[in-house]
Every structure is written in C-alpha cells, then in structure tokens.
Design a protein around this ligand. Structure first.
Ligand code: SF4
Ligand code: SF4
Length: 265
C-alpha cells in the first residue's frame, strides 16, 4: 500500500525479520480507517482469488468491477490495482464504519501495512507516526511476529513460485509489448476463472499431456490452478517444460490440417 512518498530517513530504516517495532491498530484509534482511502494497492494473485470468493463473484467480474489494469513501463508486465471510489472521498470500496468489510480476505499490502518490502527480506515503514497513530502505541513485536499475525506466510510459497514470472523484466532484455501476450499473462496470473475456461474449453488439454490427478486438482481448486498457471507461463515465456509436455499426436494432427488447408488453397 503506497500511502505517500517515503521520506529519505524512512527509506533508510530497513528492518529484517528479527527487528522489532511498535504498532497497534484498533477500532477507536483516532486515525481509524484514514489509511483506507486514496491509496494505490497492487493486488497479488492470491488476493484476487480470496476477494472474489468472499464477494461470491467470478474473478472476471471482480477484475472488471474492482480493479484497474496497469502495465509496467519497464517490462510491459500487467498488474492490477484496487479501484478507489470515484467520488471526493476516494475511499476503498470495502471500508465501512466498523472497519474492513473483507478483513479475512484483505490484500497482502493491507496486511503488511504500515510496513513495505521489496523482496520479503528487508522491511521499511511507509508511513510516519504523524499519519499512523498506531505507531505511537506501546505494543512491540518483531517483523516476523507481524508477518505471522497478519497471515503473510500464506503468500510465501505462491510468491516464491511466481517470482520469476513477476520479475520477468529482470530476466528479459525485451519489453513485452504484444497486447495479446499481456492479456494472456493477466489472465493466467489474476483471472483464474477465465484461465480455467481456457484450459478446459479450448484444445489445451489435447495439446498438452497432463496427469489426471493434476486435472482433477485444477478443476475446482483456485490455488492449484494458480500454480498450474505459473507453470504454463514459465513454459510460454521461458520455454521451461516442467510437467507440461506437448502431445506429439496433437502436433502431427495440426501439421496435417495445416498442410491439407494449404493444398486446398
Ligand atoms: S493509520 Fe495506522 S493506526 Fe490508523 S487505522 Fe490505519 S493502520 Fe490503523
Ligand atoms: S481492503 Fe480493507 S484494509 Fe484494505 S484498504 Fe480496503 S478497507 Fe482498508
């Protein structure tokens, strides 16, 4: 969650998992809810899966209603950010007088607040105690205790799995500027329902030989589908085969179709 630019002093204050800080947020604190407005919240793939489940809507509808799509200027990688209300309050659509209406599914950035991290190793504050009065409270805890308390460990495996894909700009010299490719990446990373439809309703399962137990797992389980999507992106972007193996019979069939089409023309 980027609430405002970090001051140079704050940027320098880097903490690791064992370092302690003071913080407590609760209903009744005088700044309650003030941080849930006019913020840029990048959503993780797991955030979209959880939020759409809580809201009981498809990932496609969630993305359409609650997010903006953005592209990294450097790499061309797509990402999604949570739309704030388009009125003068610029509030998050999920904030209520009682707090966050989607608390159990709140995004990664909201869990990590008032901290931020680039790679999950070093952490820094993104606000000062002038803005976030919870930083003046007496409760002291380590960064790791905060991570555990906020359920951030749930993200570790997935983030590790997707790291190569999300940081493609560090592996590639060329920018992704093909809109179709950007849309495919967006679908695989964030739109689990559309990606599932692509896998089960196209020739995907004819093209790739996939074990039956994997097919059963991804049929209904969103997190398994996300891992599967990361494998598919690795295959498509970097040529890594993993468990995705192209069916040779399918390739032969396609070759014959293309040749006979060419002859007819
Ligand atoms: S500004 Fe800090 S203390 Fe205040 S509501 Fe937000 S997180 Fe809690
Ligand atoms: S999702 Fe919840 S915690 Fe995050 S900004 Fe919105 S209301 Fe606040």
């Amino acid at each position: 969650m980027k609430i405002q630019a970090k001051s140079p002093e704050e940027q320098e204050k880097l903490m690791t998992w064992d370092d302690t800080f003071r913080f407590k947020c609760y209903r009744g604190i005088d700044c309650f809810n003030s941080c849930c407005r006019d913020v840029t919240i990048f959503l993780d793939s797991l955030d979209v899966i959880r939020l759409r489940k809580t809201l009981k809507i498809s990932s496609t509808d969630f993305l359409e209603t609650y997010t903006h799509r953005v592209l990294s200027q450097k790499s061309g990688m797509p990402a999604v950010i949570l739309k704030m209300n388009q009125d003068e309050t610029k509030q998050c659509p999920f904030v209520t007088d009682a707090g966050c209406a989607v608390y159990e599914s709140r995004p990664y950035s909201c869990r990590l607040y008032p901290l931020d991290t680039e790679q999950g190793v070093e952490y820094s504050f993104i606000v000062t105690e002038d803005t976030c009065h919870g930083l003046k409270e007496a409760r002291e805890l380590t960064v790791e205790e905060w991570r555990r308390d906020q359920g951030l460990r749930d993200y570790d495996d997935i983030d590790h799995n997707l790291k190569d894909v999300m940081h493609a700009d560090q592996l590639w010299e060329e920018k992704i500027d093909n809109p179709r490719m950007q849309d495919m990446i967006l679908m695989a990373l964030y739109d689990v329902d559309r990606f599932r439809e692509f896998v089960f309703k196209s020739t995907f399962l004819e093209k790739f030989k996939i074990d039956d137990d994997i097919i059963e797992k991804i049929r209904n389980d969103d997190v398994s589908m996300l891992y599967f999507a990361s494998q598919w992106l690795r295959f498509s972007l970097f040529g890594e085969k993993g468990f995705l193996k192209i069916d040779r019979d399918f390739l032969e069939k396609k070759k014959i179709e293309v040749l006979s089409k060419g002859k007819q023309e």
